[in-house]
Design a protein around this ligand. Structure first.
Ligand code: TMP
Length: 392
């Protein structure tokens, strides 16, 4: 049974950055549910994929040095630990991972045609299609089976999880490996990062819910890694149950026990999370209103999809945060979805004009603090809502 626990109000499409602000931009209700049987946490309103993921998708993995470095390291690990003949990536974005492999060894799947074009132009085989059974059949005809399938921050964006795993299972070789990584529900609740929820993030997995899902397809997690990316993610190493080449690492049990101890398998914890979210909203607004009263200049740093959830849930307008800065060319000179806050091209001189920067890209805190050392010395302060709204 699905039980409702959190209402994040009306939200525009998180990655719909408009060149002109429109107060009537379409918004959808963002309500979060917990399924007491499958233990899955999901949003209620499902927006068709082609509306969210199309040739205008602005998010590019390669723009952050943190992500480039993470993917480079992962490619090394995959080569040395699994040495796959062919790796298929579901959601290859602009190629941050696959470009670390030889062309003959990788296949990208990326439905956003503007992104698929980037790797196609570099002569990497890229299917600009949605991941589904039809595509798996098409790939199977050409390659027979695949010995490593990888997907980061993509599977949780696809509504029909049964189709996702049926298609993966169909294409994965007998001893093949599936690696997926996504934000961790445990970290999300612990850090009170309710902005992990937006219309693209249909699910946030816990290990418990993923295990239940994989069981249906005779797949099992044999190893797990805690990652710092995207504010705390888990990388799951998965195999067919019939494949006895890999022992189940004790980390899997440890993670499940941690989640059970925290209460992720019970509804109660989600009610508590919802009440923490309300407190976080009140506190953040208090900070911003006070700065506004004191005539302080506040800019948003990192025009993330996550920040869109915060702005629209807390109803923050350009009187509280006048602009955002971002390095992504596709976002610059557009408006934060749903809000009259314009995104400006990142430059240090612009930042100098502000007293405070609200950290929209809090998941890149280290990278950003490092980059802005000089300005911080000169007095620039940051505001974050993670894990509690505060100035630092
Ligand atoms: P994400 O949190 O969804 O990965 O998006 C990160 C956004 O933050 C992306 O639009 C790029 C932006 N960004 C900057 O503008 N400057 C930075 O230094 C970093 C790390 C990210």
């Amino acid at each position: 049974m699905k039980k409702f626990f959190l209402d994040l109000g009306k939200q525009p499409l998180a990655n719909k950055y408009l060149k002109k602000f429109r107060s009537n931009q379409i918004k959808y209700s963002l309500r979060i549910y917990f399924n007491t049987n499958s233990k899955l946490v999901s949003i209620s309103k499902r927006i068709p994929s082609h509306i969210m993921f199309n040739a205008k998708y602005p998010y590019r993995s390669s723009l952050s040095s943190t992500m480039r470095y993470a993917f480079k390291n992962l490619s090394k690990e995959i080569k040395s630990r699994f040495n796959p003949k062919i790796l298929l990536e579901i959601g290859s974005n602009d190629g941050a991972l696959i470009l670390n492999f030889k062309k003959k060894n990788v296949i990208g799947v990326e439905p956003c045609k503007n992104l698929a074009r980037i790797t196609k132009d570099k002569k990497y085989l890229t299917y600009d299609n949605y991941w589904n059974f039809n595509l798996a059949q098409k790939i199977k005809k050409k390659f027979n089976s695949i010995d490593l399938i990888y997907s980061a921050n993509t599977i949780t964006h696809i509504s029909d999880l049964n189709n996702v795993f049926k298609s993966i299972n169909f294409l994965l070789s007998k001893n093949g490996i599936l690696i997926i990584e996504d934000p961790s529900l445990l970290e999300c609740l612990k850090k009170n990062t309710y902005d992990q929820f937006y219309n693209e993030h249909i699910y946030i997995f816990s290990t418990i819910s993923l295990k239940t899902l994989l069981d249906k397809f005779d797949l099992e997690i044999f190893d797990i890694k805690n990652l710092t990316t995207h504010g705390g993610s888990l990388r799951y190493y998965i195999k067919k149950k019939s494949n006895k080449n890999h022992k189940i690492n004790k980390k899997v049990k440890i993670q499940i026990n941690k989640e059970i101890k925290y209460g992720l398998d019970k509804f109660q914890i989600y009610k508590k999370f919802a009440s923490n979210v309300i407190k976080s909203k009140i506190k953040l607004l208090k900070i911003l209103n006070k700065l506004n009263k004191d005539n302080k200049k506040v800019i948003g740093y990192g025009a993330t999809a996550k920040a869109v959830t915060i702005l629209n849930y807390c109803n923050i307008n350009n009187d509280l945060i006048s602009n955002f800065v971002d390095t992504t060319p596709e976002k610059v000179n557009s408006y934060m979805p749903g809000k009259n806050i314009k995104i400006l091209r990142y430059n240090k001189n612009l930042l100098k004009k502000f007293d405070y920067a609200f950290l929209g890209a809090w998941n890149f805190k280290k990278e950003i603090i490092n980059k802005e050392k000089k300005l911080i010395k000169k007095g620039l302060k940051f505001i974050t809502h993670v894990p509690n709204p505060r100035i630092f």
